[in-house]
Design a protein around this ligand. Structure first.
Ligand code: DC
Length: 216
């Protein structure tokens, strides 16, 4: 049987990673959080005091980094950075890193290599449009900006961060803007993607909806 590739794209806070993790467990397939790779590079820039708008330096950092997944966890230069990449500081800087063409080329190459090894679900912004444009299984997960901001806010508060709801909603909208308007592989729904608006749906409903539509 051919490997299945499921692409889940959509804006920040649409629930992509929660949904993708559950589907990966239910279907017994691997999960690749492509955004985590951009976050890992952003984390390294912050820790190295590199301005994320200094493209040359960010590209150097990316070329000299080892970003990989093991057991669905993200490793940066051999160290598990699952927790460290989710801070508000990383979130508000990551879009600047993700819009750099050379960074995208390096990480997309890696995403394709990992994705071709076995059946897999990947979430991100360009999985169905750019990384695996030939897959039959493309989904575009969306929700209102207010709902997406509320979800991100809840996550950050649970992690002990001090943020305001308004600040998080603003940040989500700002990221949408940068991700949708960048030159290389912008956030856009693939013509053949199934769009799901999760604003008023439970997590389980979204999971079941996607699994029922997956073609092998
Ligand atoms: O899904 P996330 O919030 O963890 O993604 C972090 C950032 O990375 C987001 O602002 C957009 C970018 N990204 C991207 O450009 N392409 C991807 N395939 C995944 C994420």
């Amino acid at each position: 049987m051919n490997n299945i590739i499921i692409a889940i794209d959509g804006p920040a806070g649409a629930g992509k990673s929660t949904i993708s993790k559950l589907i990966s467990k239910k279907m017994g397939i691997n999960y690749i959080d492509t955004g985590a790779m951009y976050r890992a590079i952003t984390l390294k820039c912050i820790c190295s005091n590199i301005d994320v708008k200094d493209e040359k330096s960010v590209i150097e950092i990316c070329k000299n980094s080892d970003v990989d997944f093991r057991d669905n966890s993200i490793y940066l230069d051999g160290i598990n950075v699952d927790g460290k990449i989710r801070t508000n500081e990383v979130s508000s800087n990551v879009s600047y890193v993700a819009k750099i063409k050379e960074v995208r080329e390096i990480l997309v190459k890696k995403q394709r290599e990992i994705g071709l090894k076995s059946s897999v679900i990947l979430d991100g912004r360009d999985v169905g449009t750019h990384i695996f444009p030939d897959t039959k299984n493309k989904f575009y997960l969306n929700a209102s900006a207010e709902m997406r901001g509320k979800r991100r806010y809840k996550e950050l508060i649970e992690r002990g961060e001090h943020v305001s709801l308004n600040e998080v909603i603003k940040d989500v909208i700002c990221r949408d803007e940068i991700d949708s308007n960048r030159e290389f592989a912008p956030l856009v729904k693939a013509d053949d993607a199934v769009e799901i608006d999760s604003t008023n749906m439970s997590i389980d409903e979204v999971v079941e909806c996607i699994i029922s539509k997956v073609k092998s």
